[in-house]
Write a protein that binds this ligand. Structure first.
Ligand code: ADP
Ligand code: MN
Ligand code: MN
Ligand code: MN
Length: 340
């Protein structure tokens, strides 16, 4: 038997963007525990905007477990928040989303590293001498600084140790801005891994005195890029059948549902989806092959040989978006298009 450190993590009740919370309990197991072996736990919902003080108990229901290589016998236990009667709490968006293991999602999480209230590497006043240009996939101290890469590398290793399908890293267009990609089969699995990856990133940053800024346009109306969380998606049908007619019907359905998609694609997206900086305007819907100014980018591989098969990239979700809601909305629109 060994004593395991179980970090139960959950999303709190703050709106429009929930915060990650976590606390540790120690339990003894013969080996790394399976999800089914993990007990329910509770917390004080009055401290997380999830309950009134007079009746503050909320329940943590484990839904996924990941090894935590930063701790001896450590595990991260992702939880849904439940009411004492076992029904999902109002803040528990995961419980009710659409899922389909044949639907695959690849999320590209962009974010800024922030120190002392400004992007890492920005001078105390104003902007860096060198504007956007050298930072995207950049290399060298004067461009990248010395801490950022330590952080993203450490984060990558933690994700891989946790069994998360981390697929890659790149430095982004703005100074201090980075991206990582997470791929998963099923909306719950992909989104679970994204939330745990976000959690790990924030935790790694603590010891560097750095915060993760997920806001989609932290530098406002300037010549500095915002942050997205492009949602790449495919279904079994899109991968195996596809075809031009189905694709066009699907895009027409996306065009009909612009507001419904934008509603769950993250707050303040009007600041980012301006038609500039590789975005389409928030109220328009467009798609195009290799078009980074479109709402949906169609990869070359998709249209190859006229097959219209594979995955599509919805570029509108932003960096603060909830991957559960984003994936579920995409599945809903897909479900409204009949397959022959
Ligand atoms: P870019 O920056 O050019 O948009 P990235 O390489 O950052 O591209 O991201 C591409 C994403 O597409 C990755 O997250 C990957 O997991 C995802 N992806 C690739 N194939 C599929 C697929 N068949 N279904 C869903 N997502 C996919
Ligand atoms: Mn990318
Ligand atoms: Mn990017
Ligand atoms: Mn992309």
């Amino acid at each position: 038997m060994a004593k395991y450190k179980l970090e139960y993590i959950w999303l709190d009740g703050y709106t429009p963007v929930p915060n990650l919370r976590g606390k540790t309990q120690i339990k003894e197991f013969a080996s790394f525990p399976a999800l089914e072996e993990l007990p329910l736990w509770g917390f004080d919902g009055s401290s997380t905007q999830q309950a009134p003080g007079g009746s503050s108990d909320c329940v943590l229901q484990p839904v996924a477990i990941f090894p935590d290589s930063t701790r001896k016998n450590g595990a991260i236990v992702l939880c849904e928040v439940m009411m004492p009667d076992g029904t999902p709490h109002a803040s528990n968006g995961r419980a009710t989303i659409l899922d389909d293991t044949g639907a695959w999602f690849g999320f590209e999480q962009e974010y800024f590293l922030y120190q002392d209230g400004r992007p890492l590497g920005f001078p105390v006043d104003g902007f860096p001498k060198v504007g956007q240009g050298p930072y995207y996939c950049g290399v060298g101290f004067s461009t990248m600084g010395d801490i950022a890469r330590q952080i993203v590398e450490e984060h990558l290793d933690l994700c891989l140790d946790a069994g998360i399908n981390h697929e890659g890293i790149n430095a982004e267009v703005a100074k201090g801005q980075w991206e990582f990609q997470i791929f998963g089969k099923g909306s719950k699995r992909a989104a679970d891994e994204m939330w745990v990856a976000r959690y790990l990133l924030q935790r790694v940053c603590e010891k560097y005195g750095i915060d993760v800024e997920y806001h989609c346009k932290p530098l406002g109306d300037s010549d500095w890029n915002g942050s997205g969380m492009h949602a790449n998606f495919s279904t079994t049908y899109l991968r195996e059948v596809g075809g031009k007619a189905y694709f066009e019907a699907l895009m027409a359905k996306f065009a009909e549902n612009v507001e419904e998609h934008i509603a769950v694609y993250g707050p303040d997206n009007h600041m980012r989806l301006t038609g500039l900086h590789e975005t389409q305007s928030i109220d328009k819907f467009s798609y195009g092959v290799a078009d980074r100014g479109a709402s949906v980018r169609v990869p070359h591989s998709f249209v190859k040989d006229g097959k219209y098969q594979g995955y599509l990239e919805d570029r509108r979700p932003n960096s603060q978006g909830d991957p559960y809601q984003i994936a579920s909305r995409i599945l809903k629109t897909i479900s409204e298009v009949p397959t022959p």
